[in-house]
Every structure is written in structure tokens, then in C-alpha cells.
Write a protein that binds this ligand. Structure first.
Ligand SMILES: [Zn+2]
Ligand SMILES: [Zn+2]
Length: 261
């Protein structure tokens, strides 16, 4: 299949003719208009300042000062630790659920490529090196420090799961950023039981499934870390991952996921 076919449905993409599509024709993997239309992109200017959920989709009574009630509960729980903020590209709607199922369970690794441009653009914004910073600079004349340097850490799978699936979807997403990855976490157990549990049960689990990989200590200490995963669900997984990294002394820990839901 070449670049003019949709990575999801295999149909012809028929991208609008722009200089970019003309130059990249046949080389830039992506999705057709129909598949893209069903995605629900999150407006980064109208998302929860903490977990990055789309605030347009929840009742205003659950929002105070641009932070959602889930995140206020996290703050109260005392389990936030060094976890700063999460940003996600899309809301986890039925369509995104299908895409992630294809991506994860059918081993359709190439799918991740279709999100490259957006993934990088949210990353740049999170780092503070996006075009918005340039715009603010032009507007206010105030130049912020050049973008944050993040150490990129993908959320690991257990050995067993990795063998079964053949790839780690978080690593594939992290690779889209074109930066070196630091494998600072290991997951000794099995995730199988976890995925069968419901939201409430998952929140109740107190045991951290991650361990810090001592070999990465030098690269984490004093740095800002960006965790990469496919979905932010309750936020528990990412906070556990952040918790496991804390002993290495990072400055703060943020995360970037494909979906939020
Ligand atoms: Zn399609
Ligand atoms: Zn939130």
C-alpha cells in the first residue's frame, strides 16, 4: 500500500491539493477524509490544565479554574507526586477505540505513522517551542525561554505482553517525536488482569506495576520527563509510572498520549 491510501480503511485518500501534499505525494502516510472526520481532536486551548481532557465535553459544574473534578480529586489524594500535566490528541470516542484496537491487537504498527504530524505538533506546544510561542512573542515582545528539554520515556509493557504483541504501542508513538527514547521503566508483572478490571477497581489498585530501570538514573536526574502512552484513562497508570521515576530525582514529569477517555 502506498502513501495515497488510507492507513485505516485502505481507501484512496484524495488529499486536498496543497504544496505540501503535492511535495509529499505518495510518501506521507495518513488517513482519508472520511476516517479523519470521525476523530475528535482536543482543543489544547480548551482542555483541562492538568489531564488535558476536552472541557467542551463535560458539564461546567465539573470544571473549576480550567481543572476538571477528576484532577482536583487527584490533587486531594496526595498521589500526584511530581506528575505535572498530561496532553492528549483526541478524545477516546468509539472511532478512536476501533483505531486503537486495530493498532494494538491486530499488530497494525504502521497506523501510528498517520498521527505523526499531530503528535509532533502537540509535543512542540507542550515543550513551549510551538508556533504559539512565536505568536505570543510577536504580540507581547516578551520572549520566553526556548523550549523545555524533555527526556522521553515510553510506558513499558511486560515482557510477556511484548512477546505476545510483538511491539509496544507506546514506543511506536514515542518514536514519532524523532527524539532519543530513554527506557527508564520496566514492568515486571502482567497487565492481563488489569485490563479486565473496571475503572473503579483500577483506581483502587495501590501496587505500582512499574520499577525504575537503574541504568537510566543518570539521564533522569534533574531533568523534565515526558511519559508517552496510547491512552490516558483514569490517570493512574501514568501517576504510577511517575511515582516509579521519582527516586531518580527528575524535575517534573508530564505525559503525552494519543487519546483521552
Ligand atoms: Zn480511511
Ligand atoms: Zn483533568
Amino acid at each position: 500500500m502506498n502513501g495515497t491510501h488510507c492507513l485505516i480503511c485502505g481507501g484512496i485518500r484524495q488529499d486536498p491539493l496543497t504544496v505540501r501534499t503535492l511535495l509529499l505525494a505518495g510518501t506521507d502516510p495518513g488517513f482519508c477524509k472520511n476516517c479523519r472526520r470521525k476523530l475528535a481532536p482536543i482543543d489544547l486551548d480548551d482542555c483541562c490544565a492538568s489531564c488535558g481532557r476536552d472541557l467542551r465535553l463535560i458539564d461546567k459544574s465539573f470544571v473549576s479554574g480550567s481543572v476538571c473534578s477528576d484532577c482536583r480529586n487527584w490533587a486531594k489524594s496526595g498521589r500526584n507526586g511530581l506528575f505535572g500535566r498530561n496532553r492528549s490528541l483526541f478524545t477516546y470516542n468509539e472511532w478512536m477505540k476501533e483505531i486503537i484496537t486495530m493498532f494494538k491487537f491486530r499488530g497494525d504498527a504502521l497506523l501510528a505513522e498517520g498521527f505523526r504530524t499531530e503528535f509532533r505538533s502537540v509535543y512542540r506546544k507542550l515543550k513551549g517551542s510551538g508556533w504559539e510561542n512565536l505568536r505570543d512573542w510577536l504580540k507581547t515582545g516578551e520572549r520566553r525561554a526556548a523550549g523545555v528539554k524533555y527526556i522521553i520515556v515510553p510506558i513499558p509493557l511486560s515482557k510477556e505482553r511484548l512477546q505476545e504483541r510483538g511491539f509496544n504501542q507506546a514506543v511506536l508513538l514515542a518514536e514519532l517525536l524523532g527524539e532519543p527514547l530513554t527506557h527508564a521503566l520496566v514492568r515486571p508483572g502482567s497487565e492481563r488482569k488489569q485490563s479486565k478490571k473496571n475503572r473503579r477497581e483500577r483506581l483502587m489498585i495501590r501496587k505500582n506495576p512499574f520499577l525504575f530501570n537503574e541504568e537510566a538514573a543518570g539521564s533522569i536526574s534533574g531533568h523534565k520527563v515526558l511519559l508517552i502512552d496510547d491512552i490516558y484513562t483514569t490517570g493512574a497508570t501514568l501517576r504510577f509510572a511517575a511515582g516509579a521515576l521519582e527516586a531518580a530525582g527528575p524535575q517534573r514529569i508530564d505525559s503525552l498520549t494519543l487519546a483521552h477517555g
